[in-house]
Ligand binder design. Sequence first.
Ligand code: AMP
Ligand code: ZN
Length: 114
Amino acid sequence: MSDCLFCKIVEKKIPAKIVYEDDETLAFDDINPQAPVHTLVIPKKHVAAVQAYGPQDQLLIGQLLLACTKVAKGKGLAESGYRLVANTGRDGGQTVFHLHFHLMGGRQMGWPPG
Ligand code: AMP
Ligand code: ZN
């Protein structure tokens, strides 16, 4: 999608600190980190949000979660744990409408989130 920020990162038209990449997924550090580790894990294919997933995307959501586990391992969080968040839509606080998981760790997370 031509006017999507994260599609531009996928296409390497905008720089990002890429920490993991495979054929279907990309992970890069958040520009405004909210934890010692704060990485965004996205599908390379443009999907606006969780509710935009369809039956054809069932494999993709699994690949995305698998990529999250690889990033967490690479960041040294596999033992200590981490939080995965997918802000979805207006009330979910989503600001970039290309689906992404926030992978955050390196500190104790609070609950409930704001
Ligand atoms: P959300 O509000 O859940 O849609 O999350 C969007 C996230 O994208 C925020 O945490 C931003 O800090 C992050 N972000 C925005 N622009 C960039 C960028 N160019 N590179 C990396 N992260 C970004
Ligand atoms: Zn996109």
